[in-house]
Design a protein around this ligand. Structure first.
Ligand code: AMP
Ligand code: ZN
Length: 477
């Protein structure tokens, strides 16, 4: 099988074929950096990070762009309230975004462009749209002429008349038709502005994504993603702008992907509804890796309800995966050897079958929920083998650890990366202390043995005494 993705343009699952063999151009709409992001916003960041990692796993060279919206009404209001400048506000919340995104295991994009650093590209894109006859200037504003764009509504699957019925003209707007949307806004007193051919002003929201996507990825790209609320008007407008600017008749985007909403009490989590939990607050309450697991526990297009129970279940899921890995590592050191009763070939066949299942799940519109199910089948297989055999060949450990590492490199729910970065010196120190404790227990020096257990516990190391010796693992952070 090969990768299929549900394309919102055709409302069908389609085989993914990139424009250039071996390469993928991928743009995902990023945050407006006026505040901390909430757990609902974290959903697209996490699920599309997994798609990007899976594409890389399949061998594609992926150029992944996720922008920062650093100028809009919300930015201006918040900066005003905080009595700082808009760039100072952006700087602060870009740093906060990176901190939370890093904690959630979201890999940094290839490019993370900011709107205000691309004003010349934005102006150039607007000029191309005007030159092609699809935008007009009105008193220092520039508007997209929606009626001139035949394809308008093709992504959200609505006709112009229905859309027209829902359109409104905001106070101060000087457009010909309520459906037209702003590309460039004339300067208002006290607001940041830039020089342009139409006078001083600032860009509208949608145009930044068209301009930056074209700069980093070209006029036609493979994948564009975001939350389902962005389909209209944001993505519909982006498509109209980009295609009107290029004038080539080729689609701006081949695959449009949208994640479903994260809900809380069965309602969309949203700033405007006041029912949000910031990612920062969630990370303080639950291990970030459990939040990531939770996001991947449902198909990305389905709604997902944020509850304490679901997060606790996710944390125990992560613990089960991590324990399996640390049991394997421990047994590798203490229980390796020849075992005539263990059928290594049969075990390898089982691993290969699970691998096929894992890929089938991910190839099916990156069904991470099903992929996690396969990961637990693998854990069951490993645990059973460890239980039934006192000694196992080195190849058993190597192939099992390798399988866990490969899947974790895509899903990021075990933390193999963390364990690889643990310093050897620290591991050695922990193991020396454990040896000292074993000796103390033999000598019936229980005061010293308890002292060592407590010292390790305060460092987040949990000991477990087993017939094979003392095992240790790290507490979830
Ligand atoms: P914003 O900063 O509001 O533009 O949102 C950033 C991203 O989060 C966009 O892709 C939104 O579609 C997405 N988003 C916002 N709220 C939710 C939610 N409750 N569930 C899932 N995605 C959301
Ligand atoms: Zn966008």
């Amino acid at each position: 099988m090969s990768l299929e993705l549900f394309n919102d343009l055709t409302r069908k699952k389609e085989k993914f074929v990139p424009l250039k063999p071996g390469e993928v151009s991928f743009y995902s709409c990023g945050p407006t950096v006026y505040d901390y992001f909430h757990v609902g916003n974290a959903r697209p960041f996490i699920v599309f990070d997994v798609l990007r990692r899976y594409l890389e796993h399949l061998g594609y060279k992926v150029t992944f762009v996720q922008n920062f919206t650093d100028i809009d009404d919300k930015m201006i209001h918040r900066a005003h309230k905080e009595k700082i400048t808009v760039p100072e506000l952006a700087e602060r919340f870009i740093a906060e975004y990176n901190k939370d995104a890093d904690a959630l295991g979201i890999r940094r994009p290839t490019f993370a462009p900011r709107a205000t650093e691309h004003i010349p590209e934005i102006i150039h894109t607007i000029e191309r749209i005007i030159a092609n006859g699809h935008a007009y200037v009105s008193n220092g504003d520039v508007y997209f002429d929606v009626r001139s764009w035949e394809n308008y509504g093709s992504l959200c699957k609505q006709n112009i008349e229905d859309l027209e019925a829902g359109a409104r003209v905001e106070p101060g707007e000087k457009k010909r038709d309520p459906l037209d949307f702003v590309l460039w806004k004339a300067e208002k007193p006290g607001e940041p502005s830039w020089e342009s051919p139409w006078g001083k002003g600032r860009p509208g929201w949608h145009i930044e994504c068209s301009a930056m996507s074209s700069k980093y990825l070209g006029d036609n790209i493979d994948i564009h993603s975001g939350g389902v609320d962005l389909m209209f008007p944001h993505h519909e407008n982006e498509a109209a702008q980009s295609e009107a600017a290029s004038g080539s008749g080729k689609p701006f985007v081949n695959f449009w992907l949208h994640n479903g909403f994260l809900l809380i009490d069965n309602e969309k989590m949203a700033k405007s509804l006041g029912n949000f939990v910031t990612a920062r607050a969630a990370i303080e309450k639950f291990p970030p890796i459990a939040i990531r697991f939770f996001m991947l526990s449902a198909h990305y297009r389905s709604p997902l309800n944020f509850t304490t129970e679901a997060l606790e279940q996710s944390a125990s899921g992560v613990s089960r995966l991590r324990n399996c890995r640390s049991d394997l590592e421990f047994a590798f050191k203490t229980r390796t050897g020849e075992n005539a009763n263990f059928d290594m070939n049969a075990y390898k066949n089982n691993l290969a079958e699970l691998d096929t299942k894992f890929h089938a799940a991910m190839d099916d519109d990156f069904n991470t929920a099903a992929a996690l199910g396969v990961l637990f089948e693998l854990v069951h297989l490993i645990n059973t083998s460890l239980k039934e055999n006192a000694i196992l060949p080195a190849e058993f450990f190597e192939s099992s650890l390798n399988a866990l590492r490969v899947y974790d490199d895509i899903l990021g729910v075990i933390g193999c990366e963390d364990s690889e970065t643990e310093t050897d010196a620290e591991t050695l120190e922990i193991e020396n202390l454990i040896q000292e404790r074993t000796q103390a227990r033999k000598n019936k020096n229980f005061a010293r043995s308890d002292e060592i257990r407590n010292e390790l516990k305060s460092r987040g190391i949990i000991l477990e005494d087993t017939p094979q010796g003392t095992k240790w693992k790290r507490e979830l952070q």
